[in-house]
Ligand binder design. Sequence first.
Ligand SMILES: Nc1ncnc2c1ncn2[C@@H]1O[C@H](COP(=O)(O)OP(=O)(O)OP(=O)(O)O)[C@@H](O)[C@H]1O
Length: 227
Amino acid sequence: MKVLELDHVSMEFPDGDGVVMALDDVSFTVDGGEFVAVTGPSGSGKSTLLAVAGLLLTPTSGRVLLDGREVTGKRRSTRTDLRRNRIGFVFQQPHLLGSLTAREQLEMVARLSGDRSAAAKKRALSLLDEVGLSAVADRRPAALSGGQRQRVGIARALMNQPQLLLVDEPTSALDHDRGLAIIDLLRGLTVERGVGTVVVTHDLATLGEHDEVVRIVDGRISEPVAR
Ligand SMILES: Nc1ncnc2c1ncn2[C@@H]1O[C@H](COP(=O)(O)OP(=O)(O)OP(=O)(O)O)[C@@H](O)[C@H]1O
């Protein structure tokens, strides 16, 4: 089942008198349970691809489909709802709120969607357990390590039970072993939950953990890299 499809997507940005083709006729699919890496040089279009897949940018041409349904051209409010309910984002830095405990960071996601149910609270605890943080669920970010904070960010991204997980450079602030542990965690969650996961990464050491490695150069998908 395809959770994400980019169909001949191009994205142009104005640049002086001309344009930059940040994505140039990119076609790309991700299935549920698939763990895909996107790599490539700086400025090659990786962030743009994540932003288009995450419905934060509307491409200049081409189509974006989530769960087989076209979302390009839908109203802004529809795209916001889809983004909130179908897509989870994990950032380079987790941007946690200093005053909230790990558990509260997750509960807040449900509350923002109008869900104050006991089930949401239970889901928060069970997700923290899945990412190995049960013992520190009531700690605030200042009392967590960098790797633990990144795990809170991952659990938070899964709180609304998305089908698609978009991850931007999750290991860049971590040492090799902790980075690999985060990638292993993401891979396990991808398979267990059947979500499609796209990880943008420069971290060549972790590429072997992915089902597929997509390389972008100058906005175009190039030949698959050997793993
Ligand atoms: N909002 C924008 N306005 C103008 N040009 C942009 C904009 N966003 C990206 N670009 C250009 O599009 C191209 C692709 O940028 P993008 O950020 O997607 O690359 P990247 O592969 O994520 O780079 P990095 O690895 O350095 O984060 C670059 O030439 C960049 O300068």
